[in-house]
Design a protein around this ligand. Structure first.
Ligand code: CA
Length: 427
């Protein structure tokens, strides 16, 4: 679920790139940066810190004893806690995954290519047809379109085929004991214990991603407790083995996040010559008719009212495709706070609905800035008085704003996109 992943955080996380980051629903959103590959639910990561985590003051056994008291105080049965934690040790693979900060991430077009592949579209269309009665029942209950649910299912777990193989209790205990954001992980761990106590987990225990995302829709434990539903009526919320439960839970979550049934997530647009790219800013919201007045027109017929508010999105800068984003895009971001993820979900949904893909060419010859170059860019911007925020290698709103200001001062298209060319000029 809904939550995020970033930097490799999640189950598969192989993440991608520089545009956006992903985050989890419960985690504070992060601005633009990398997208997860399979995203979802993994917790979002905090901005990578240059400060390493201090050595724990307690041993794992001492920490577990304190956790046990807290869990019991929160209503967890002592026997359940003891059974669950019997033999649980720290998982060094999880620590490694949590602390990795890859130098190179994939450009957004490579991420989209992988996420919205021909085979994923074909399989999704078959599954949409196969599960039509379930999808109709879900739409009646939660007012969420079929395609977005199939798209989420495809992105989160490749339609249920990749739900992770980590012991979620062990992963979360490791992160809560030794990770960055220990408060977040501890709350996820307590939520996982509640899931066990409710009897919803599989007999073999909670299985998921290294970051604790579970089931076919990769819900984090707190998301599970809030939004998972038993849709097949067997009395358990089984996101691991029940596709109806998984799809309905995703629908329930999207509904709670403001999904507007039948409305598009957004659509590709043409921009007129001489367009002011500074309008491609998440803070700039206009109605579709106002965008039209500015010469921003959809490439295909769009079924949305002219009064719908939209923001303009240039995922690869002014040389790549442009999209207007509507409310449903923001709803997808609640599931996983990565614009690349949300764009992939939107494009996959369109493909499942028989619509064509992105028409404009991506700037595939662009060389992406690596992490150390992004940090250098931020340092150079700071030294020139542009205030991009901390030099953490994450291209968030502040950095984009600083890049835009620099571009404007240089007379360049002010798309806020941190290109290699711009870095060269700064040097
Ligand atoms: Ca069930």
């Amino acid at each position: 679920m809904p939550d995020l992943l970033l930097r490799g955080l999640h189950h598969s996380a192989t993440a991608c790139i520089l545009l956006l980051l992903t985050a989890c629903a419960e985690v504070p959103a992060q601005p633009l940066t990398a997208a997860p590959l399979k995203a979802t639910t993994a917790p979002a990561s905090p901005a990578p810190s240059t400060v390493s985590t201090p050595a724990p003051l307690l041993s794992f056994a001492e920490w577990r004893t304190l956790l046990r008291s807290d869990a019991i105080a929160a209503g967890i049965d002592a026997d359940l806690f003891d059974r669950t934690f019997a033999g649980i040790t720290l998982d060094p693979r999880v620590v490694t995954s949590d602390s990795s900060q890859p130098e190179f991430t994939r450009p957004v077009w490579e991420y989209i290519d992988g996420a919205v592949s021909v085979s994923r579209i074909a399989q999704g269309r078959l599954l949409k047809a196969q599960h039509r009665p379930t999808l109709k029942a879900i739409r009646s209950a939660y007012a969420v379109d079929h395609e977005v649910l199939i798209a989420i299912w495809g992105m989160e777990s490749n339609y249920g085929s990749n739900i992770g193989s980590h012991n979620v209790i062990r992963s979360l205990a490791t992160l809560a004991f030794d990770g960055r954001r220990q408060v977040f992980w501890r709350s996820q761990l307590l939520a996982a214990l509640q899931i066990l106590q409710a009897g919803d987990g599989p007999e073999q225990g909670l299985i998921g991603s290294w970051a604790g995302a579970m089931g076919q829709t990769q819900f984090m434990p707190t998301t599970f407790n809030q939004h998972a539903v038993d849709f097949d009526g067997d009395g358990r919320r089984d996101l691991w083995r029940s596709t109806p439960d998984a799809l309905a839970s995703a629908a329930h979550y999207l509904q709670a996040s403001g999904w507007e049934n039948g409305q598009p997530w957004g659509f590709e647009v043409n921009l007129p010559a001489g367009f002011d790219y500074a309008l491609a800013d998440p803070e700039v919201r206009r109605t579709l008719s106002q965008w039209r007045t500015l010469g921003v027109n959809p490439l295909a017929a769009v079924d949305a009212t002219e009064q719908s508010l939209a923001t303009l999105f240039l995922p690869a800068g002014h040389r790549g495709p442009a999209f207007l984003l509507l409310n449903n895009f923001r709803t997808i971001l609640r599931y996983n706070n990565s614009t690349a993820y949300a764009l992939a979900i939107g494009l996959l949904s369109d493909a499942l609905d028989g619509k064509s893909g992105v028409q404009a060419a991506w700037p595939r010859s662009d060389r992406q800035l690596g992490r150390s170059e992004r940090i250098e860019l931020q340092e150079l911007l700071t030294s020139k008085g542009y205030e991009p925020g901390p030099a953490d290698g994450i291209i968030g709103a502040n950095t984009r704003r600083a890049v835009r200001a620099l571009q404007q001062s240089l007379g360049l298209p002010a798309d806020g996109y941190p290109s290699h060319q711009l870095l060269q000029q700064l040097r």
